[in-house]
Design a protein around this ligand. Structure first.
Ligand SMILES: Nc1ncnc2c1ncn2[C@@H]1O[C@H](COP(=O)(O)OP(=O)(O)O)[C@@H](O)[C@H]1O
Ligand SMILES: [Mg+2]
Length: 634
């Protein structure tokens, strides 16, 4: 299988911290992918922003005729009475103009909140959806905190930028243009003076921006580190306490927290320098314009009204530029966050692999990928476009090699053949590669060489979901969800009746302890089953697998935490469960695998002995040593 050898290797961390134009483009493209679904609202919001700005400028502009016609005795005409009534009607007009700004800014905010909240909602939804489709490999190589911060920090910063950044960007640019037009119409000389502030500000802030951008990314990355550590230590509190690790955990936290402070201080410090800097430049310019303008009115080349309006414009000219620089921080942080979100979204999907495989010419020629179908009478079939065969549960590994990374090979030439209904056991030291074999059989990871077939079908030709549906698996790591016990067992088959759930629990010997709980099957399990013993959790996991009722059963150290008496108890249930199913058992206690059809002894990724219990004892090899106590596991 050529396509199996080319499995993608991901770098240790798919996110890139360097902000290149390409990545900005990528972020923008990503956001636009969402914004374009609500173009209407966005346009409405921008129209409101435009209206708001125009009304504001019109209001400022209207001050000139009011001052010149009715207030300044040098230019005003008419009687005092006429001037008073003129002033009054001018004020009313001004009031109307300003109420437009109030209404439009209210509406603009409402529309923009809608746009951003809906966008964020979709981003979160897609991110969650996507994460669920990612292969196990992705999560095995990352901390939960790191993945979590895509949802928390990165989504938050994006939200902030969408809600305020976008409109500010738009309103600031039209304000600047409008102000320029109004200024030039009044005095070219003064405009020139006022505009001098722009290159000065840009020159001063440009350098700071460049530096602070780097610190902002650093800050986000440090924040991720801090969060990941909190998550890790909180979820491992028991271990932390057992080993009195608190002080060292505290130290490590201080270190990361300190790194965050340093990065944040630099980022915010540089970011915060921009505002006062550009403000100061603006103040100097304002004073210069006021002086020259004052002289011009004294010499009569400019009316007082015109100067008042001009000064207003100069003052407001700095504001949008300030806002732009202010929003810059938000936007840069958001772009960096968005890029990380986009990178997650670009991660290789499990499904995608399947789609690719399905599109291969040889797969198409053979009728496409196989699905698992149930004929309704409890019979399962493998089916693709060309054929339909009964699911028997025959599993074959032929010379399988595998490594989690390219550098280190974990499995070396594993071959085995489980006939339908047989019980195959794996024994061997921890780290020998037993769980890895299960990871390959369930398709969590793809093999590097050799082949794995079920009923003669290469598992790469079976759809992932269907491959897993064909197996009831009790994983080595138990995991329970925050839900009732019944629902946790039902996880395997949501449609199962209460009767079936109880039946499965009985099979797993979980029924007695569940009944002793205050609310029985309706007891809510909190925080991954913290209120249950490890053994009880295992029993629930077995009950879950029993309910799944699939042709292949996999038990990876399923009873390792259960006492020997309960284990013997379960064994009867398990024997019933194994009846007619191909079963793979990994067990630490050799007593539990004795009755297997074949026992495979694994060491360092290889099968070193195989045979029935009696065969192996007769061989007087590793198994014999283990069994007689001459050697110990681990
Ligand atoms: N997700 C993983 N990524 C990288 N290496 C792994 C991973 N899981 C297991 N390994 C390595 O593979 C080897 C076999 O592990 P495993 O199959 O879990 O052993 P067993 O189940 O026999 O105790 C170990 O050396 C372990 O370090
Ligand atoms: Mg294991």
């Amino acid at each position: 299988m050529a396509q199996m050898n080319k499995r993608p290797k991901h770098g240790p961390n798919a996110r890139m911290m360097t902000e290149k134009p390409e990545s900005i483009k990528k972020s923008l493209r990503f956001i636009w992918g969402y914004l374009k679904h609500r173009k209407g609202l966005l346009v409405l919001a921008l129209i409101m922003v435009g209206l708001n700005t125009v009304a504001f400028l019109a209001g400022t502009n209207y001050l000139e005729p009011i001052i010149d016609n009715f207030l300044d005795p040098r230019t005003a005409t008419g009687t005092v009475q006429q001037r008073l009534s003129g002033l009054a009607s001018g004020m009313v007009t001004l009031g109307c103009i300003y109420s437009v700004t109030v209404v439009s800014s209210y509406l603009q905010n409402r529309f923009m909140v809608k746009v951003s909240q809906r966008t964020i909602n979709e981003v979160r939804r897609d991110l969650f959806h996507h994460l669920q489709e990612l292969p196990v490999r992705y999560f095995d190589s990352r901390s939960t905190g790191d993945v979590m911060s895509r949802f928390t920090n990165d989504v938050d910063t994006l939200n902030e930028a969408l809600q305020n950044g976008l409109t500010t960007l738009f309103s600031s640019s039209i304000t600047v243009t409008g102000i320029l037009v109004l200024m030039v119409r009044r005095s070219f000389l003064l405009t020139f003076l006022a505009v001098c502030s722009v290159p000065l500000t840009l020159l001063a802030t440009g350098r700071i921006m460049k530096i602070s951008r780097r610190f902002f990314q650093e800050q986000q990355s440090c924040l991720g580190n801090v969060n990941a550590y909190i998550e890790e230590i909180m979820s491992g509190q028991k271990v932390v306490k057992t080993f009195c690790y608190e002080d060292r955990a505290r130290e490590e936290f201080y270190r990361r927290n300190e790194a965050l402070r340093r990065a944040a201080q630099l980022a915010q410090g540089y970011g915060g320098m921009m505002m006062p800097m550009s403000k100061n430049i603006n103040n100097v310019i304002y004073a210069a314009v006021a002086t020259v303008g004052g002289l011009m009115t004294i010499y009569g080349t400019m009316t007082v009204g015109s100067l008042v309006v001009f000064m207003q414009l100069v003052q407001n000219f700095g504001r949008p530029i300030n806002e732009l620089t202010q929003q810059y921080n938000t936007v840069v942080t958001a772009l960096a966050g968005t890029e990380r979100i986009a990178s997650v979204m670009e991660e290789h999907l499990e499904d995608e692999e399947e789609r690719k495989r399905e599109a291969l010419p040889e797969v198409i020629a053979e009728g496409g990928l196989y699905s698992l179908v149930n004929d309704g009478n409890g019979e399962f079939f493998w089916e693709n476009g060309k054929e339909r065969r009964r699911v028997c549960g025959e599993v074959r590994f032929a010379d399988v090699t595998f490594g989690y990374t390219e550098k280190k090979r974990i499995l070396n030439g594993i071959s085995l053949w489980a006939k339908p209904g047989q019980k195959i056991a794996f024994v061997g030291s921890t780290g020998a590669g037993k769980t890895t074999i299960i990871n390959l059989l369930t398709g969590f990871y793809q093999i590097d060489g050799g082949s794995i077939t079920i009923d003669g079908i290469d598992i790469s030709r079976i759809k992932n979901d269907d491959l897993r549906n064909a197996m009831s698996v009790v994983l080595q790591d138990t995991h329970l969800f925050t839900a009732t016990i019944a629902d946790n067992i039902r996880y395997a088959r949501p449609a199962a009746t209460d009767e079936e759930v109880v039946q499965a629990a009985k099979l797993a010997s979980a029924d007695p302890f569940i009944r002793r709980l205050p609310k029985g099957y309706d007891t809510v399990i909190e925080g991954d089953g913290g209120n249950l013993s490890q053994g009880q959790r295992q029993l629930l996991n077995i009950a879950r697998a029993a309910l799944a009722d699939a042709p292949i059963l996999i038990l990876d150290e399923a009873t390792s935490s259960v006492d020997t008496r309960t284990e013997r108890h379960i064994e009867r249930g398990l024997d019933a469960l194994m009846e007619g199913r191909t079963t793979f058992v990994i067990a630490h206690r050799l007593s539990t695998v004795r009755n297997s059809k074949a026992i495979l002894v694994m060491e360092q990724g290889q099968i070193i002995e195989r045979g029935s219990h009696e065969d192996l004892l007769a061989q007087k090899g590793r198994y014999y040593q283990l069994y007689t106590g001459a050697a110990e596991l681990d």
